[in-house]
Write a protein that binds this ligand. Structure first.
Ligand SMILES: [Zn+2]
Length: 62
């Protein structure tokens, strides 16, 4: 597999999240083990493919 990953600050809880670049699908996946934050964006267009953030979802939709 040819993919890179590195640690970034989680935008939801500020903890250490991991960011993976998925070459095959040209996607960037950011996932936080502390709060279940998940963000998948297209590296070509920057569009958000999938996003899940427990705190933000509760604030935005509840
Ligand atoms: Zn988090």
């Amino acid at each position: 597999m040819n993919h890179a990953s590195h640690i970034v600050n989680c935008p939801n809880c500020g903890g250490h999240a991991s960011r993976h670049f998925l070459n095959k699908e040209a996607l960037i996946r950011t996932q936080c083990p502390h709060c279940d934050y998940l963000m998948i964006t297209c590296s070509d267009t920057g569009n958000v493919v999938e996003a899940y953030a427990p705190g933000l979802v509760a604030a935005a939709y509840r």
